[in-house]
Every structure is written in structure tokens, then in C-alpha cells.
Design a protein around this ligand. Structure first.
Ligand SMILES: Cc1cc2nc3c(=O)[nH]c(=O)nc-3n(C[C@H](O)[C@H](O)[C@H](O)COP(=O)(O)O)c2cc1C
Length: 386
């Protein structure tokens, strides 16, 4: 049976994933922070965007290919950085990088991945982006960027929406520490998920390998420090200028929600702004990312490249984000629900779901190019009577 018959939508992959990963892993992947109001807010904002169906336009051949930051991609969709990806599904980083390379979508490797840039860069090839959580120490920062560059990553994503830790109560209830420390209850949960357990045995214990490299060298680190200790910098504008100087390729600033920041980011040399509320994992008081996106596009005008993430589940959602001003969209959890459901094959299957759904909805809307989605926005209202 083809996966399309059993898992035609991301919701099917999500349900299957829940039954195949240990509970504490599910809580890590699926949770947000506080009352988790941002996740449904992101979804509701997307669902409120409606389009006019088009009729009598003859045959439509949707062109999904998109040029973005100097590179051609198969569609305006990519893989957002997810820390500890290899905890969620064994071998996740390599599987996603491979899917990205064969499907021609960007894959953004997190600073806190379980695999090193040197391992994943060659697999992602020209589809590789690298995400930086700001290290405190400038020499570590410079070294990480040099390693990412050498490993073949072309685009740098600086994440700026973690000025401090967030409580993420669901993770606390699941007793999840990063990196994970196994409790008897977790061992019991693992025993009930044999495919995950065997995969993890094969791939080795998920660890923050990149940061571990530096922790070994840091004489000041407390003996109990975990590798994230080195990342606890709250960056400022000077930090951004320093990163801009160090990276000669495209630089994307991720996690921007306030449109007032956007012009200054552009002036500081950002090549793109990634509008995101971190999927609701940082600040429960944040608005829907889609509304921030719209404000940002209004302030910046047409030229500044904008990326959107938060709650995307389908090709239709991609069109909604493009209609509100995005040039490109990303999914974080979605790819991992797919891996949890079907292993590496899940990532390919989700790419196909998104591609087919994008094309099918473009035909309903009479669009050859996805970037023209705004022209079919229902919220324009009926044309004024002349
Ligand atoms: C489990 C998990 C880990 C994440 N880790 C990172 C990370 O290491 N770096 C980062 O910039 N964003 C991280 N994010 C945020 C994602 O890049 C992305 O902004 C978010 O997941 C988008 O929302 P979505 O999951 O609804 O698609 C993480 C998100 C999740 C769910």
C-alpha cells in the first residue's frame, strides 16, 4: 500500500508518530510553553485566510519552483531547525538532509543537533543551511561559523528569540532535561516503543555533539554544566554586527515578530528575516506569526525576503503565508511527525503531500505561480461597485 492511502495528510503522520515514539519524546516534540495558546493561535490565523476559487481559466500548470537567496528550490518550503532532532527519531538529521538534497528543499541544521556540521553538510550539499544559537565566547562563535562554512553550509540563520529560557511546563512534567537523563519511567516508556529503541541503539545515544566539542575545552565550565551552558548569550545589535562580519554568505535572522525591528535588521545587513514565534515554545503571549508577517511586509515593502513558520500543515497553508507576504515557508514539527510515523521514508512522503497539495490548491485558485496567491485573497472583499 502506498503511504498516500494510509497517511494522506500530516494529521495522519502525527497520529502515527505519537504511537511510535516514547512519551517523553512526544512531549518534547509536540509541546509549547505556558498554556500553549500560541500553537492554536498560529493555526487559527492560517485557517482564517480564505481565497476566491477561480473558474474558466483553462488548464493550469502550477510552477512550484522558487528562487530564494540565490538558490533554486523545488517549492517554497523547507525544514526549520529542530534541536535534538536525533532524539525524536534516530538518524533524523541525516534523513532530513538526504530528503532535502534529493527533493531540492533547504534543510536547516540546528546548533543543538545530535550530529556535527561535518557529518550533515556533505549530505545536505547545496541545500544546507546552518542555524546558530549565539555562543557567549567570540572564539567559539568564530570557530563554529568556520566549521559550518567548511562543511558546505551556504546560508546562516541566527536565532534571536531566546533572550532567556522558557519554562515549557509539559517538558518539565515529562522530566525531560536537555541532554536527557534517563529515569526509570523513561526506560519503561522506551521499552514500549521498540522501533525507536532499536534505532537509538544503532545510532547511539543522542547528544549535543557540536557543543560538547567546546565544553571539553572550557576550563571555566562548572563540572555539572551541560553543553547548552556555552550558548547562554542574550545577543544584542553588536552581536549581530559581529556575526554579519564573520559570515560572507546569506544571513537570515530568525524569530522576529516585531515589525519595528525589521528596517533596522535590513540596515544591519540581514539578507532575510524569518518571522516566527518559535512554534509557541518561547512566549505564550506572542501573537500569531501570520499577523506579525503581514505587519512586517507592510513596513518593509516588496523587496526584503521574508520567511514564515508556525503551524503549517499543508500546501494550502503555504499559499496562505505567501499571500500574507512570505517568500518562503518552513515546518519544524511536521517533518518530525513524519519521521516518527514512517522513519526516513516519512520525510519523502511529507514532501510529496506538500507538493501535491500546493499544486492542487493552486489549480483551484487559478494560479501558475504560488507567489501570486494574494491576488485570490477573499479578505480583499467584493470589488467596489463602479
Ligand atoms: C522540538 C523543537 C526543537 C526546536 N529547536 C530549535 C532550534 O534548535 N533552533 C531554532 O532556531 N528553532 C528551533 N525550533 C523552532 C523551529 O525552528 C520552528 O520555528 C517551529 O518549530 C515552527 O513551528 P511548527 O513546529 O509549528 O512548524 C524548535 C522547534 C521544536 C518543535
Amino acid at each position: 500500500m502506498t503511504p498516500d492511502l494510509r497517511y494522506p495528510a500530516l494529521s495522519d503522520l502525527k497520529a502515527a508518530c505519537k504511537g511510535r515514539v516514547p512519551w517523553f519524546v512526544w512531549e518534547y516534540l509536540d509541546s509549547a510553553t505556558g498554556t500553549e495558546s500560541v500553537k492554536p493561535r498560529n493555526r487559527a490565523a492560517l485557517e482564517q485566510v480564505l481565497f476566491r476559487p477561480a473558474v474558466l481559466r483553462g488548464p493550469i500548470v502550477p510552477q512550484l519552483g522558487t528562487r530564494f537567496l540565490g538558490q533554486d528550490y523545488a517549492m517554497p518550503v523547507g525544514v526549520a531547525p529542530v534541536g535534538m532532532s536525533g532524539l525524536i527519531w534516530p538518524g533524523a538529521e541525516a534523513a532530513l538532509a538526504r530528503m532535502a538534497q534529493t527533493t531540492r528543499l533547504p534543510y536547516c541544521l540546528s546548533t543543538v543537533a545530535t550530529r556535527l556540521p561535518e557529518e550533515i553538510g556533505p549530505i545536505a550539499g547545496d541545500m544546507g543551511w546552518f542555524q546558530l544559537y549565539p555562543p557567549k565566547d567570540p572564539s567559539i562563535r568564530a570557530d563554529i561559523l568556520a566549521r559550518a562554512r567548511k562543511a558546505g553550509f551556504r546560508v546562516l540563520v541566527l536565532t534571536v528569540d531566546l533572550p532567556g529560557p522558557s519554562r515549557r511546563e509539559r517538558q518539565l512534567r515529562a522530566q525531560l532535561a536537555i541532554p536527557p537523563k534517563l529515569t526509570p519511567s523513561m526506560l519503561w516508556q522506551i521499552a514500549q516503543r521498540p522501533a525507536w529503541a532499536l534505532g537509538t541503539l544503532r545510532h547511539g545515544q543522542p547528544r549535543l555533539r557540536l557543543m560538547e566539542d567546546y565544553l571539553k575545552l572550557d576550563g571555566n565550565a562548572p563540572s555539572t554544566a551541560h553543553p547548552g551552558y556555552l550558548l547562554r548569550a542574550a545577543p544584542d545589535w553588536d552581536y549581530l554586527h559581529a556575526v554579519r562580519k564573520l559570515w560572507d554568505g546569506p544571513l537570515v535572522i530568525k524569530g522576529v515578530m516585531d515589525a519595528q525591528d525589521a528596517p533596522r535588521l535590513r540596515d544591519a545587513g540581514a539578507d532575510a528575516i524569518w518571522v516566527s514565534n518559535h512554534g509557541g515554545r518561547q512566549f505564550d503571549g506572542a501573537p500569531a506569526a501570520l499577523h506579525a508577517l503581514r505587519e512586517m511586509r507592510a513596513i518593509l515593502g516588496a523587496d526584503m525576503p521574508l520567511i514564515y513558520d508556525g503551524g503549517i500543515e499543508s500546501g494550502l497553508d503555504v499559499l496562505r503565508a505567501l499571500a500574507f507576504g512570505a517568500d518562503f515557508t518552513m515546518l519544524g514539527r511536521g517533518w518530525h511527525y513524519a519521521l516518527g510515523a514512517l522513519g526516513a521514508q516519512g520525510a519523502d512522503h511529507l514532501a510529496q503531500i506538500l507538493r501535491d497539495d500546493l499544486a492542487s490548491n493552486m489549480m483551484q485558485m487559478g494560479l501558475t505561480h504560488a507567489k501570486d496567491a494574494y491576488s485570490q485573497l477573499w479578505t480583499h472583499g467584493p470589488a467596489p461597485e463602479s
